[in-house]
Ligand binder design. Structure first.
Ligand code: ADP
Ligand code: ADP
Ligand code: MG
Length: 454
């Protein structure tokens, strides 16, 4: 069943990315926007745009009923949620279903099960997917936490079951700290996710964050599309991603892809999803969580597989079967993505909203920009500070790094602070160049460079 119009319940570069996919399939597209986004590109590029409220996300981009109403007004029969906002909100997916609107993503049942990270881990364990040692489900009491931590051994992490975006994660090194950190994590979880459920996990030392992209249709076909290495993180948030992972071997990839497909099948998953794993020094891997949406870093996968993930999402949601099989997936070359943020790395990465006075975007073969900025555009202060993604592709990792360096140095933004120079410096570190960096590297490197500045 072909969609009449697709409503995009998001903003910024991902909204523009989805509009492009709709255009390529001749599907009508509708944007929604807050009063702070009147001049935004996703408003200008859509066939129609509906204002859904004031700047605060709670009053606009998170207003489920306003979005359903916008579908009705514009004859949209499907909603693409992008990432963040309502993308992992089971209630919204259910509301769409009740209103005969297709939610472009998995079922509400899948979203709620996987969004409860403690429960998701139990499901994966039962399906034979290796998980990080920890509590069985949520922590019920301090006594319970003490017993689990003692059994798995310190250091441990307290993690919010409803968590996301690196929030609600606390490290505990000894039993004396447990009560306090448990409390801090619960408070943070309540504040950000309205749910103070937490679980306990062993801290994996020096791990790599490696995630597998999967995509599944409604006929039971599930295909894995290689991995992305997202170990370059600041405060548990991704800064730069690449595919393939520098530590990958064909054996490890096979094993991780098999585990990822098993994980998706264990919950009857449909549409695009990502299984996040931690990989330790001995190349043991453990399931961490599953993200039930398109991911920020999806372009690196698109480039090494040659598959348009957003267009495939649209096709699957219209009831088509996957247009490829696992055997047909061949990975070509190397892709790297740098997240470009309007922020000041010299002042603890504080956001730098404001007007873009001058802009020059890099280009050339193997260079891709996903962004929603333009010269004269004013970046509003209310939303995420990511203003663009710069993605490069080349036959080898070495060439991809070289290309990224040059592309970053061509990227000029006047009027706001950005992390472009920071990304350039990061690319020049030995740990990145030789591909040995782990999740802790960026934070350690930041501390060192701050020390030498003093
Ligand atoms: P990805 O895993 O796709 O790289 P991120 O963790 O960077 O995603 O999150 C993508 C966007 O979604 C970011 O803007 C982040 O702040 C936001 N986000 C992620 N999880 C949540 C959540 N549970 N609640 C609200 N926003 C979230
Ligand atoms: P979120 O839902 O916020 O994305 P994740 O569970 O995916 O949370 O964890 C985010 C990041 O925190 C990981 O990429 C990793 O760097 C770190 N992390 C999470 N769990 C562990 C663990 N058990 N040991 C070591 N690092 C971890
Ligand atoms: Mg995660």
């Amino acid at each position: 069943m072909r969609f009449e119009n697709v409503l995009i319940a998001n903003r910024g570069e991902i909204a523009v990315r989805i509009i492009r996919a709709c255009r390529e399939q001749n599907l009508g597209c509708v944007s929604v926007y807050s009063t702070a986004d009147r001049e935004a590109l996703h408003v200008k590029f859509a066939d129609r745009a509906v204002c859904i409220g004031p700047p605060a996300t709670a009053d606009s981009y998170l207003q489920m009923h306003a979005i359903i109403e916008a579908c009705r007004q514009t004859g949209a029969t499907a909603v693409h949620p992008g990432f963040g906002f309502l993308s992992e909100n089971a209630e919204f997916a259910r509301l769409c279903r009740e209103n005969n609107i297709v939610f472009i993503g998995p079922s509400p049942e899948c979203i709620s099960m996987l969004g409860d990270k403690a429960r998701a881990k139990e499901t994966m364990k039962a399906a034979g997917v290796p998980v990080i040692p920890g509590s069985e489900g949520a922590i019920q009491s301090l006594e319970d936490a003490k017993a689990v931590a003692k059994k798995i051994g310190y250091p441990v992490l307290v993690k919010a079951s409803a968590g996301g975006g690196g929030r609600g994660i606390r490290r505990v090194d000894s039993e004396e700290q447990l009560e306090e950190q448990l409390h801090v994590a619960q408070e943070e979880a309540k504040k950000f996710f309205g749910d103070d459920t937490v679980y306990l996990e062993k801290l994996i030392v020096g791990p790599h964050h490696v995630e597998v992209q999967i995509i599944a249709d409604e006929y039971g076909n599930t295909v894995a599309l290689g991995e992305r290495d997202c170990s370059m993180q600041r405060r548990n948030q991704k800064v730069l991603e690449e595919s393939p992972s520098p530590l990958m071997t064909p054996e490890l990839r096979n094993a991780m892809q098999e585990a990822a497909v098993a994980a998706a099948k264990a919950c009857g998953y449909c549409n695009a999803g990502t299984i996040e794993f931690l990989v330790d020094h001995e190349r043991n891997f453990y399931f961490m969580e599953m993200n039930t949406r398109i991911q920020v870093e999806h372009p690196v996968t698109e480039w090494v597989t040659g598959i348009d993930l957003v267009q495939t999402q649209l096709r699957i949601a219209q009831g088509e079967p996957l247009p490829f099989t696992q055997e047909e997936i061949v990975l070509h070359g190397h892709a790297i993505e740098c997240r470009i943020n309007a922020e000041n790395p010299d002042y603890n990465f504080r956001p730098s909203p404001g007007t873009i006075q001058a802009l020059h975007l890099p280009g050339g073969m193997g260079v891709r920009i996903d962004s929603a900025i333009y010269q004269g555009y004013t970046i509003p202060p209310y939303y995420d500070s990511m203003i663009a993604k710069l993605i490069v592709h080349a036959p080898t990792r070495k060439e991809a790094i070289q290309k990224m360096r040059w592309a970053l140095s061509e990227f000029l933004v006047d009027g706001v602070e950005t992390n472009i120079d920071f990304q350039l410096r990061l690319l020049k570190t030995a740990a990145f160049e030789n591909g040995t960096y782990d999740n802790a590297f960026l934070m350690q490197w930041l501390e060192q460079t701050q020390e030498t500045k003093k």
